[in-house]
Design a protein around this ligand. Structure first.
Ligand SMILES: Cc1cc2nc3c(=O)[nH]c(=O)nc-3n(C[C@H](O)[C@H](O)[C@H](O)COP(=O)(O)OP(=O)(O)OC[C@H]3O[C@@H](n4cnc5c(N)ncnc54)[C@H](O)[C@@H]3O)c2cc1C
Length: 450
């Protein structure tokens, strides 16, 4: 027998309450009803975990260098148009965050202070201690909560979309008490974050399993570079299960060094993430060890305690005093450069369906993300999605689509999510092979030209 399904209608559905979802809600017209859902609690999005900071174009003179750093880190596979949009929108975005109440570190003159991370040729990252993500997300959340037109449902998971003829009319969602909802809206925005929950060792929340990608695969919505997964070089080594604790790259930006078991440096710590992670794996293999070491001894104790209080405290809790001793670190899955393919307005290949933030791929990061570009990208392209939604001429969800929902398909959400996991992992493997062939072909062609 078909399970009961509750029908809800709104103007915009936003799946995800990280920075992409929150900023989109703030950028939409105030007279439109917005329903935001999140699979877990609001604070359990990766946006709240971001440590190092958020990039900005600090002066026009830095444009070329910022552009080149982003492209070089991305192995020049980036979409230059997306990079240009991101960099040119960065100052306005930081100003708007400050307007929403975000407090960034200031220097003695009251100007924004900048820190540096790997692969940046100059300090251009604004930050709030080592909890920049929490500062930004909690301030955006506070502003969203003030909006009478926005409703947030926690512990509610998107299981599917309502779609026909390559047009999206909303989503199917399930609450923690297993109530099923058909939520219709002229526009849907996926702001569902990354895929770290698919990996044993990841800095991401465990519930971020790339559900939007599985739904996309099932509805022939285009996906790009599913194999472009970033491994962060430095997470605190632990053999306990669960999320890995990140040791921000800005710790290395401020001078921390990587050491092998003999206490020797073995890599330039400020190279792009993929190169540093590969060097660590090589060193671990050479030594037969499960981790390498990170020493913060080159950083003043006062800087450690004022810039990295969260990292300092967390390591103390784990038994390491970073002001006195090196800590064991190991690379772990961290970020997803690939995702649901979108254009410069975050429009997917399906009508009325947008995607922004880590779940989407507009090509801005190429094959490897430059540190502290992702909060920025999420905000900018979420706002572009919001601004692109045209409410002057919307079409209602056809009754036949709602009447034809097979609720049995959604009966066992755990089995469905398990299928989704397998689908996404298979897609990652398929994309890996595709990339290998593409790169080999390029190498052959280059060789033939020589
Ligand atoms: C430890 C850590 C440190 C980082 N540090 C930095 C940094 O310093 N600078 C920087 O720029 N970036 C950093 N990043 C990356 C950055 O935080 C993320 O890329 C960014 O926050 C992604 O934002 P988002 O809104 O796309 O997704 P998220 O903030 O991850 O939010 C995803 C949302 O989607 C929801 N969701 C997912 N699936 C479903 C579903 N099926 N149904 C309903 N809801 C769903 C989740 O519950 C969540 O609300 C860091 C990431 C981590 C993990």
């Amino acid at each position: 027998m078909n399970k009961q399904i509750n029908r809800v209608n709104t103007d915009v559905i936003i799946v995800g309450t990280g920075v992409a979802g929150l900023y989109a809600a703030l950028s939409l017209p105030a007279d439109k009803n917005i329903l935001m859902i999140t699979k877990s609690k609001i604070e359990e999005s990766d946006s709240f975990l971001a440590q190092g900071g958020i990039c900005m174009l600090k002066s026009d003179d830095d444009y070329d260098s910022y552009f080149e750093d982003t492209m070089r880190a991305g192995h020049y596979e980036n979409n230059p148009e997306a990079v240009e949009i991101m960099i040119k929108s960065s100052r306005d975005t930081i100003d708007s965050l400050i307007g929403y109440g975000v407090d960034f570190r200031r220097d003695n003159e009251g100007n924004l202070a900048f820190t540096r991370e790997g692969a940046h040729s100059t300090p251009r990252i604004v930050f709030h201690e080592d909890i920049t993500g929490k500062e930004i997300s909690s301030k955006l959340l506070a502003r969203v909560r003030e909006l009478p037109n926005v409703t947030i449902w926690e512990n509610t998971a998107m299981l599917d979309i309502l779609a026909t003829d390559n047009t999206c009319y909303g989503i199917i969602a399930v609450s923690s008490s297993d109530s099923l909802y058909a939520i219709t809206a002229p526009y849907t925005l996926w702001a569902c974050g990354g895929i770290g929950g698919l990996y044993t060792h990841s800095t991401n929340f465990r519930h971020l399993t790339g559900d939007a990608l599985a739904v996309a695969l099932n509805h022939n919505i285009e996906i790009e570079h599913a194999d472009y997964v970033q491994i962060h070089p430095t997470t605190l080594y632990s053999d306990k299960p669960g999320r890995r604790f990140l040791i921000s790259e800005s710790v290395r930006g401020e001078g921390a060094v990587l050491l092998n078991g003999k206490g020797e440096r073995f890599v330039d710590e400020l190279l792009p993430r993929d190169i540093v992670a590969a060097a660590i794996f090589k060193e671990m293999e050479k030594e037969g060890s499960s981790h390498v070491w990170l020493s913060m001894s080159p950083i003043d104790e006062s800087v450690i305690k004022s810039h990295f209080p969260n990292i300092y405290e967390h390591c103390l809790e784990e038994g390491f005093d970073v002001t006195k001793e090196p800590i064991p670190v190991v690379p772990a899955q961290h970020y997803f450069m690939g995702g649901v393919k979108v254009d410069m307005n975050s429009q997917t290949s399906m009508n009325n369906l947008y995607a922004a933030g880590e779940t989407s791929c507009n090509g801005v990061h190429g094959a490897n993300r430059l540190a502290s570009n992702s909060l920025l990208e999420s905000l900018i392209f979420a706002k572009r999605a919001a601004k692109c939604m045209d409410f002057s001429n919307v079409t209602e969800c056809p009754d036949s689509l709602l009447d034809g929902i097979n609720t049995e398909y959604y009966d066992n959400k755990n089995a469905l999510f398990s299928r989704y996991r397998s689908q996404v992992l298979s897609e990652i493997e398929r994309a890996k092979k595709e990339t290998e062939i593409r790169r080999k072909t390029v190498m052959c062609r280059t060789g033939a030209q020589k």
